[in-house]
Design a binder for this molecule. Structure first.
Ligand code: AHM
Ligand code: MG
Length: 339
């Protein structure tokens, strides 16, 4: 049996790989690991909601019951205050950024953006959900108050990114730009243990993941590509939780798509705390991630905190196929007589 390596031990070991690292990022990642354990505990109790009380009511102990995504949001913020390394957060649950109090004489260098509970509508029916996070370095003068503009950095500026999948088991996957590693929570000892070292996404796979119910609302070139996936006998899997759908693709290969629809002309998913962190992880595992304008997600300019984006992400050869399709059919649509 291999020796158990816990998340904390791994993070500290990795810090030594960076000669000038001061431990700040290490502390931040550990804060997030703690929050993930607390959120996991609560997610696992979700099925007991009828016994413990429904949101907006009081439970049997007389405590107010919160919606889980709000709970997850609060826990992440609380845990990120621990080390004092995070100056501010941006979250799907908060319209504006939230400034975190500093710790004496410390200048917090990092900003954390997250979706505390992605796919939260799955909770009610016992289907997996996730947390997504991205860590950015503050630009400019650290003595000045953080503003929302400080978060408007391209995904390429991410220092670290990760997700936690609360599934049949709970797994935390993260990257600091030197490969991707996964840690499974052992509930008996309450530790995330290294279970998936240096994850590499397969070049191709047999899965495509898209809400095919919106087929008629997609652009024609995207419809043609989806027809191609079906012709190729790729298997359709769509959980409705981006973290879960992409996690499958990380190990078995495939492509995840959330194109523009009539309802969401810019796409539905958010660039800062959904598309960018997931794209960094996939790219670090050898995959690709572009939007439906075929621009690399991590190169996309950010103009507002909750900016939406389309996305096609996954196995590199499959993203390339998709790009080729879109180029070919856009040309046909633009010049119908020429083909
Ligand atoms: P959420 O952050 O509000 O939970 O929404 C994001 C989720 C993704 O996890 C998932 O891929 C997508 O929304 C599902 O949307 P749809 O139901 O339109 O297919
Ligand atoms: Mg989300």
């Amino acid at each position: 049996m291999d020796r158990i390596i816990t998340l904390d031990e791994f993070i500290i070991k990795r810090q030594r790989d960076f000669p000038y690292a001061t431990g700040e990022l290490t502390s931040l990642l550990r804060d997030i690991g703690v929050a993930a354990k607390i959120i996991n505990r609560e997610v696992n109790k979700a099925g007991l909601v009828n016994i413990l009380g429904v949101e907006g009511s009081s439970n049997v102990s007389g405590d107010d019951v919160q919606k889980l995504d709000i709970y997850a949001n609060e826990k992440l913020i609380e845990c990120l205050k621990n080390s004092g390394e995070c100056a501010a957060i941006a979250s799907e649950e908060d319209q504006d950024i939230v400034l975190l109090p500093g710790i004496e004489s410390k200048e917090a260098k990092y900003l954390v953006a997250f979706d505390p509970l992605d796919g939260s509508s799955n909770i009610d029916v016992n289907v997996s959900v996730g947390t997504i996070f991205g860590i950015y370095r503050r630009q400019g003068d650290l003595n000045e108050e953080v503003t929302a503009d400080d978060f408007l950095q391209k995904g390429d500026a991410l220092v670290a990114a990760g997700y936690v999948l609360y599934g049949t088991s709970t797994i935390l996957v993260y990257t600091t730009g030197r490969g991707v590693n996964g840690f499974t929570l052992d509930p008996s000892i309450g530790e995330f243990c290294l279970s998936h070292r240096d994850i590499k996404i397969p070049e191709r796979g047999n899965y495509y993941s898209v809400n095919q119910g919106y087929y008629l609302k997609f652009d024609v070139e995207m419809r043609r590509y989806i027809d191609y996936c079906s012709d190729m006998n790729y298997r359709l899997r769509y959980i409705g939780s981006m973290v879960s759908d992409i996690h499958r693709i990380m190990f078995q290969g495939g492509i995840f798509l959330y194109p523009n629809t009539r309802k969401f002309p810019q796409g539905k998913l958010r660039l800062l705390y959904e598309c960018n962190p997931m794209s960094m992880i996939v790219e670090q595992a050898g995959g690709k991630s572009v939007n439906c304008q075929l621009q690399r997600i991590l190169d996309t300019e950010l103009h507002e905190l909750h900016q939406r984006s389309t996305i096609a992400v996954g196995s590199p050869a499959m993203v390339d196929d998709m790009v080729e399709f879109v180029q070919k059919y856009s040309a046909i649509t633009a010049h119908p007589g020429k083909n």
